[in-house]
Structure formats: C-alpha cells, structure tokens
Design a protein around this ligand. Structure first.
Ligand SMILES: Nc1ncnc2c1ncn2[C@@H]1O[C@H](COP(=O)(O)OP(=O)(O)OP(=O)(O)O)[C@@H](O)[C@H]1O
Ligand SMILES: [Mg+2]
Length: 189
C-alpha cells in the first residue's frame, strides 16, 4: 500500500498541545500536524507493556487505516517513535462519551446519572451504523464501551479502537457463530 504523503511519519512533524486522555497502555494527546496544519489526536501505545505481538498490532492498525465510514474513527498514519507506536487519528473535540459524562457530572449540580434519552438514541444510532460497516467488512470490534465512542462539536460520533479487534473472513464468521449456537444447544465442536 502506498504511503499517504499528506501525513508525515516523524514525531517532530507534530506539534503537541496537551494530553487529552489515558488508557491502559496508551496516552492520547491533542496536536497539530506541521505539514498540513490539521488537528489530530496522537495515541501513543507503549510497545513494551502490551502483550499483543507487534505483527498483530500492525495488522490491527492496517485494518483501521482501511476503514472509511462517517462513524468509524479515521487513522491517518502510524509509525514507531522510540518505544511507542504512534497512531495519528482524527481529533474529536468533545472526547469520549465517558469524558462527556464525567464533565457533565463535575460541572452541573445534581446532574444525576446517564444522558438524556434523545442523546443516547442519537449516539447509539451512529455507533450502530459504524458497527454495521465494520461487520460488513468482516471485522469484530470487541471493545465497545463509552471510552471508545468519540464525539465532536459538529454532532459527529465515531467508534474508536480496534485494540482487541479480530480480523476474520465472512466464512469463518459464519462458522464461529454456527459453533457458538451449536455449543448453546449442547452440541460438541
Ligand atoms: N481521537 C480522539 N479524539 C479525542 N479524544 C480522544 C481520541 N482518542 C482518545 N481520546 C480520549 O482519550 C481517552 C483515552 O483513550 P484510550 O483509547 O487510550 O483509552 P480508553 O479507550 O479510554 O481505555 P483502554 O484503551 O485502556 O481500554 C478516551 O477515553 C478519550 O476521552
Ligand atoms: Mg479507546
């Protein structure tokens, strides 16, 4: 696959503004690409602490790069920087649903729990469209959670993180679901 020249593969080509999140094996930062002036999120994955093999990680990243849907987070490029793998992705200025919920709780007195039902319906509708797209391409996400549903101020909703994704062919998808339902009816593999 050809390298997209719009996205430099060097850490120095990204101006980092601030840290916006932290996952189990990663730190996410908000930055601007010096080459094209676009805002990005940089997810720096600590390669020494992840248990997945480097080849498997690269396969996952490749999957991400090939996905193109309004409700799936776009990965522009990736490269190794020191002991980290940097994923350069779209920047979602409201962060994850998780972050929006904790911000609402912190800022609004007596906010209570959860989100307005209309918002839940809107976000779920978009999330499911992203998920449907992934399934049509033969991918299983496997880590759907509010930390992986990202929002922006234009009403954009994108499903992120293929960290525990399994890349499977439609035929094996059919077979595994068949096996699962056989198991459910007491039939051995
Ligand atoms: N592209 C992005 N744009 C804006 N904010 C982001 C983006 N990606 C991640 N974040 C923020 O960074 C936080 C951490 O993301 P990360 O994927 O590293 O961990 P997580 O999904 O919350 O948990 P884990 O990966 O450990 O299971 C997210 O919850 C979100 O608030
Ligand atoms: Mg995540």
């Amino acid at each position: 696959m050809s390298i997209d020249a719009r996205w430099p593969l060097e850490a120095g080509q990204y101006e980092i503004h601030r840290r916006i999140g932290k996952g189990a094996f990663s730190i996410v930062r908000y930055a601007t690409c010096r080459t094209n002036s676009l805002k990005v999120a940089i997810k720096a994955l600590d390669l020494e602490s992840v248990s997945t093999s480097f080849d498997d990680i690269l396969t996952e990243v490749q999957t991400m790069k090939l996905c193109m849907h309004d409700n799936v987070l776009k990965c522009h490029c990736s490269f190794v920087a020191g002991a980290q793998l940097w994923l350069i992705t779209e920047y979602m200025d409201r962060g994850s649903c998780c972050r929006v919920l904790s911000a609402a709780k912190a800022q609004i007195a007596n906010y209570g729990e959860g989100m307005d039902e209309d918002w839940v319906a809107y976000i779920l509708n978009r999330t499911l469209q992203g998920l449907e797209y992934l399934h049509e391409k033969g991918h299983i996400h496997r880590d759907i959670k509010c930390g992986n549903i990202l929002l922006d101020s234009q009403g954009g909703v994108r499903l992120a993180d293929f960290g525990t994704n399994l890349n499977i062919q439609p035929s094996s998808l059919y077979l595994s679901s068949l096996h699962a339902s056989c198991r459910g009816h007491g039939v051995d593999d």
